[in-house]
Each structure stands twice: as C-alpha cells, then as structure tokens.
Design a protein around this ligand. Sequence first.
Ligand SMILES: [Zn+2]
Ligand SMILES: [Zn+2]
Length: 250
Amino acid sequence: MAGLTNTIDRLFDAALALVYPQACAACGVRGVERRADWPACAECWDATRLFEGGETLCWKCGAPAGGEVPEEVKPNVRCRRCEPEAFKAARACGLYEGALRASVLGLKREPFIPPRLSRMLREAARRAPLDEATLVVPVPLHRRRERERGFNQAALLASSLAKNVGLPFDAWSLTRLAHSERHRAGMDALARRESVEGAFGVDRPRLVGGQNVLLVDDVFTTGATADACARALLDAGARAVFVLTAARAV
Ligand SMILES: [Zn+2]
Ligand SMILES: [Zn+2]
C-alpha cells in the first residue's frame, strides 16, 4: 500500500510540475517540484534553519545556543534573557527565514497549512518538553481583526496540530480583550510588551484549570505575546504553559 501511495505521489508530483508549474514562494526563481515541499522549493527548505531535535537550544525559550552539549545536559541550558517569561518552555519549527517565512506569510492569506509545516509542528509537540501538554490553545486574534482576515491563522495551526497529536483543542477560553496596536517593525521589545500587557483574558477558567496548555502561534518574536497569554492562563488556574510557533524571529 505504501508503495502504491508513493507511486501515486510521484505521478502526481510529475503531473503537477508539468501542467501547473508553481514558482517557489521563497526564492521566486525555482519551481516547487514536490507537493510535500509546497510552497517552497527543496533548495529553499535546505537553506532554512530548522529545529529538528538535535540542536542545542535554551531549554526554556528555545533560542538557539552556540555549541553542542551532551543530551543529558540539554534541559539545563538557559539563555537567561527569558527568565521573567511566564511560560515554561517555548519551541519553534525553525527560524523565520526562507521557506518557513514563506509558509507563515502564505498562511496569513490562505487558510491552508503546508504539509511540511504540519509535520514539523507535530514532531515538535511530541518532543520534550512540549510532550507534557494536555490541551492545545491558539493565541487569539481580536474579533475585529479575525473578521477582516476571515480566519485566525494561529487557530488553524492549533486545531490541525491538536488533531494530529490527539489532544483536545480549545479556541474559546483564551480571549483578546484589548485591540492592541499592531506590532510594527520599529517597535522595540518594551513597546511590544506594553502593547499586549493585560490584552488577554480567560472566559472559561474551568476548561483550562489544571491543564498543561500548549499555546500555538505563527511567529515568536520577542516572547511578549506568549508571556501575556501565559500569565492569563496561569491566573485562570492552568498548571503550566508551553508555547509552540511555526517560526521564531531570527
Ligand atoms: Zn526556492
Ligand atoms: Zn531563553
């Protein structure tokens, strides 16, 4: 059966490249030859720094650390900059560049998750320390913004991930109270933090009480949003908050 599926996949990929050559969304030059790589070409995926479990990261915030340490030392690696953050640990599929950046940008326009991103999210959620999670919750968009866009890309990622790892999904308990200023490129870390402080609340504390929440978003930038959401969830009785994003700022 696997053989047949592979053959069908290959035939489909060949047909796709012939009848519908699609330019890579990252480089815009080469074509996307395999459905599994969409929306970027294989070369762009190769050039994107992805986290696949072997690398050394700050165990708490997931920031890449220089050098390698033995496996048993990894849970002790800390960058120390993330000490005040309320979440227990944050991870991303890779850095916000190349193929991953193109995937995230595409997700803001169209509610479709690239297969490769979906697989990486599933694998990250199954690795320590995120594997302690018991409930998947997306970072909410303000209702007005969700209406403008038609969907919340974080909720899309979270619901698909929840299904893939067999965890319950809750997109209703955590809500965005204030319509915070859009994060602009020029905003510094402090301004970003102030813009989301107190911006989140929990409507149904009963549903998050005692849970190890896996908070899902598209991009981890300064950690301000994740921290504000984690505080709201912990105030509502969550046991711990883990964070998983498609990408983290370079
Ligand atoms: Zn490319
Ligand atoms: Zn850190």
